[in-house]
Design a protein around this ligand. Sequence first.
Ligand SMILES: [Zn+2]
Ligand SMILES: [Zn+2]
Length: 175
Amino acid sequence: MTEFTIPLNDIPAEGREFSFAEQALWQDRWNAFGLGFAPGRDIQAVFTVLPQGDEAALVRGSISGSVSIPCDRCAEPYDFEVQTDFDVFEEANGGEEVLDGEEVRIITKDGQLHLDMGAILWEEFALALPVKPLCAEECGGLCAECGKPSQSCECNPEQEEGDPRLAVLRNLKIK
Ligand SMILES: [Zn+2]
Ligand SMILES: [Zn+2]
């Protein structure tokens, strides 16, 4: 898993801006979670770290790019635009990994406090993903006749549209 940590004591009190474009950070994680994603337009993260005393920091920035993700209805991959802004406060917790039920993103590494930017960026990326990814709002899912996405098959989609049994199937959520 590609890690990305920043030593906190390297950052001046007035803050520092970073840009991060290593695609492996995202790809390692979506592969590890078996999400079936594929690279789209390169994902870029730009952010500013503002130290808040010695053991905390504000991190503000944005993530943009695109990723190819499978449609929830027809399983065909489509390009999803990622564009998200974030503004988070992180603090160390005396070496503990959890604070108030949340994972601590300032960790001790080689005896120094580091901001775990890999974890922060991944979380913000994951939050930007659609809850129910659809290749198109009107995606009809898979054709009951031929098993292909119904937009691209030669069967009779007009009839399928009106079939109440299929309407029920469309609302089933696969967990
Ligand atoms: Zn679809
Ligand atoms: Zn068909």
